[in-house]
Write a protein that binds this ligand. Sequence first.
Ligand code: SF4
Length: 351
Amino acid sequence: MPDVSTAPSLIGMKPEQLAAAVVAAGGKAFAGRQLAQWLYEKRVADFNAMTNLGKELRARLAHSHTLLTSRVIAREESGEGTTKFGIRLHDGLVIEAVLMREGERLTACISTQAGCAMGCRFCASGKQGLKRHLTAGEILEQFYHVGAVLRDEGDSWLTNVVVMGMGEPLHNFDGLMGALGVLNAEWGFRFGARRVTVSTVGLPDRIRQLAQQGYQFNLAISLHATTDEQRTALIPTNVGTGLRAIMDAARYYFENTRREVTFEYTLVGGSNDTPEDAHRLAALLHDFPRANVNLIPMNPVEGSGLHEPTGEAVDEFTSILQDADVNVHVRRKRGRRVQAACGQLRLRLEA
Ligand code: SF4
């Protein structure tokens, strides 16, 4: 059997590609659809379990192709219903996925890159730089790993997906769209686009490109600052984009998809959490249709030199936005848990 690192994976392939793989393995094209059902509808990544495919065909497919190319090397229960997965890719790089359970809501937070090129100061992934983009299949494999845990817990399935793990999703646009296309397709996972949130640092051209894809994904933009100077200090890529262009692209996204845009704002103590910041944020969103602001009190990242905001600063910031009629939520727990997942598990695994 070929090495998993060289045999192509069937996960991520469209029906016509699966049909071609089946035909090349001596089967009939219609079996491609059966293969899609096993892989995506039933989420079974095991040739032996695909019992309506002939034994010989399965053996030939297993010779020419692989299924999962990554494996879970660490699982950490963080309490409050959160499970973090450390996942090793075929080339040894480690990414992460997170499962969050909140009542009926089961959310997977998935990664799109190994490392990240954006270099945000408050983020552990950014410290490593970009190692590489994940393929569509590698992005999708995270659902099999998370799904295996859910299956053990009583055959439940995800209700929501956030693309907010390691990496900037829109920087890996092709991989992202390949994966989300399979996730959403009738022949794929049949996962509703409105239950998927793409979280970006704010790449205006790519936001516009996403708006043109014909999907209704939710969009979350990490704003984190109210002046370009301040934002560039936290998010170096802001130099080439700027707040104005991001806000214009966000409006374009709303106009094309009619989906509410969420603005993520990490409150960093003594840095972007002043009343003046709150007023500037309210002004930025003043005429924005259907915006939503998530305030995330910062979770300190060792060595970043950035601090947690005080409770009073968080309260005052929130009231100023509320007084300006901005729809605002403080993510004291969930947001912090998601943020805590970003990069930090991997750093420990690689240490
Ligand atoms: S916050 Fe997101 S975009 Fe910024 S460095 Fe971390 S993973 Fe990359």
